[in-house]
Design a binder for this molecule. Structure first.
Ligand code: ZN
Length: 67
């Protein structure tokens, strides 16, 4: 998915659970929109974000973890 499209999705999409802001994450084969508050990743499959909470993947951002 190209960056412009990602930006558009980020503007229009929100987490369906908490309506919070999403973050685009690409990690090896995993890519999608992450809600940090819910610690869920909504995967992007064939350039289409899957925003179903029941299909979201638990996601933890290791880089933001404190000591
Ligand atoms: Zn959320």
């Amino acid at each position: 998915m190209n960056w412009e499209r990602v930006q558009v999705y980020l503007e229009v999409l929100a987490c369906p659970l908490c309506k919070g802001e999403l973050l685009y994450v690409e990690k090896q084969e995993l890519k999608g929109f992450v809600c940090k508050r819910c610690a869920l990743l909504y995967p992007i499959l064939d350039d289409i974000p899957n925003m179903l909470p029941e299909e979201a993947i638990p996601f933890r951002d290791e880089s933001s973890e404190g000591p």
